[in-house]
Design a protein around this ligand. Structure first.
Ligand code: CTP
Length: 405
């Protein structure tokens, strides 16, 4: 959930600053973008070089960057952040934040911030307990800022008590749960299908198609990033899906044929809130599967095919009021009209029309160009985007529509 999030850490002058490099490392390991701002006195406790190396970004401290008059744009830095974390927040910095005093870059960023603010205080126990510090914390909390509780223990002064900054792991978990609690699909279950199906002809041959599964995988990731608990039913594909399980906790179910996909999808559909059917399911399968390899004949050979079960249509037939169902359509003629008729026939909430005509769109490519058609016939034309960007746009669209239902 922290992946790709922009986290700006403001470090003020406290011995606890020595823990910040570890926090930067944890955040970077999770895929976050991190920028660090030091107050002038923080530089006595932790070096900019350490933090810039770990964050892979310059460390900011002064309003003016060099003799040429280049400056650190506090407004840009503030707007860049999805979350501003002040850690350690010394008694002095807390007091200035509360009062709106702006005598260093970090405080200017704070006053320009539009993002949420989290504060991890760190100070000696008497300073922490002091009435003014407690009042400042209370007021900052009333302002909507998140206060990361201090720990009790040995303090740099040699005293023991409350005032120790939370450990880097604790701050990391705080940030992680902050981002996951605010996701729109938290507590919702989503089902996605991806890839082709293989319809066996005999033990060594099948009917298949060129679907790579990339679009379905990108959709599963985009739904998971919005907080949904995702099940991905996928046909045979070459793509490595290790990261789906490992990084995103997506429940991956492998199937081969349309019949197998039907069984798994119907099982999970019952309890799903959202389903996106991106799989290119075969429309026909061999009437009989030969038990032994079919031998070459002297004559031509005709293979009898029967229709497969239309999985999406069955889902549409059992769709409950609060379920949101999205299909895909691949059309080569009368694109819009055919897609709209498919949407109605299968009782969908929306259909994603894949363009085969645009360069860079369709099977195998890393890019796609789609139109989302709503059941009220309004449509959204997306430009040519990577499949991952397309998936994010589709999922954003679903999140707007789903909560209107
Ligand atoms: N689909 C399905 N089960 C099938 C066939 C398709 O669930 N047996 C789903 C696909 O996952 C996709 C949508 O239905 O979401 C595509 O609809 P379909 O009518 O199969 O479209 P095309 O494959 O484009 O077929 P045609 O245009 O030939 O009707």
């Amino acid at each position: 959930m922290i992946k790709n999030k922009h986290i700006l850490i403001g470090v003020s002058g406290s011995i606890a600053a020595y823990k910040i490099p570890l926090l930067v490392r944890l955040l970077k390991k999770s895929g976050a973008e991190v920028k660090v701002v030091l107050t002038p006195s923080a530089k006595d406790f932790v070096t900019p070089v350490t933090l810039s190396t770990l964050s892979e970004n310059p460390v900011y401290s002064d309003f003016v960057l060099n003799d040429e008059g280049e400056w650190s744009n506090h407004v840009d830095l503030a707007l860049w952040a999805d979350l501003i974390l002040i850690a350690p927040a010394s008694a002095n910095t807390l007091a200035k934040m509360e009062q709106g005093i702006c005598d260093n870059l970090l405080l200017a960023i704070y006053l320009s911030a539009k993002s949420p603010i989290a504060i991890a205080p760190a100070m000696d126990l008497d300073m922490y307990k002091h009435e003014t510090t407690q009042q400042h914390l209370k007021k900052l909390s009333h302002r909507g800022h998140l206060i990361i509780p201090v720990n009790s223990g040995f303090l740099a002064s040699g005293l023991e008590g409350e005032g120790r900054m939370a450990e880097p792991q604790e701050i990391y978990h705080f940030i992680e749960s902050y981002f996951s609690e605010n996701l729109p699909f938290n507590g919702l279950k989503a089902l996605v299908t991806a890839g082709p199906t293989h319809e066996a002809i005999d033990p060594v041959r099948f009917i298949g198609n060129h679907s790579s599964g990339k679009m379905g995988i990108a959709l599963a990731i985009a739904l998971s990033e919005k907080g949904a608990e995702v099940t991905l039913v996928k046909g045979p594909m070459a793509l490595d899906v290790y990261q789906l399980n490992h990084d995103y906790n997506i429940n991956v179910i492998d199937v081969v044929s349309s019949d197998e996909m039907f069984i798994e999808v119907i099982k999970y559909w019952e309890t799903s809130d959202i389903a996106i059917m991106a799989a290119a399911v075969a429309d026909y399968k061999p009437k009989n599967i030969a038990q032994e390899k079919i031998k070459k004949l002297e004559t031509d050979f005709t293979l009898a095919l029967v229709k497969t079960k239309d999985i999406l249509k069955s889902m549409g037939e059992t769709k409950k009021l609060n379920q949101y169902l999205v299909g895909f359509a691949l059309e080569t003629e009368n694109e819009l009209a055919n897609a709209k008729s498919k949407l109605n026939r299968k009782n969908l909430d929306a259909i994603v029309l894949n363009s085969m005509k645009d360069e860079g769109a369709g099977f195998g490519f890393d890019t796609n160009k789609v139109t989302i058609i709503n059941k009220d016939t309004t449509k959204v034309n997306l430009p040519l985007l990577t499949k991952s960007e397309t998936a994010k746009e589709i999922v954003n669209y679903i999140s707007q529509q789903f909560f209107k239902k």
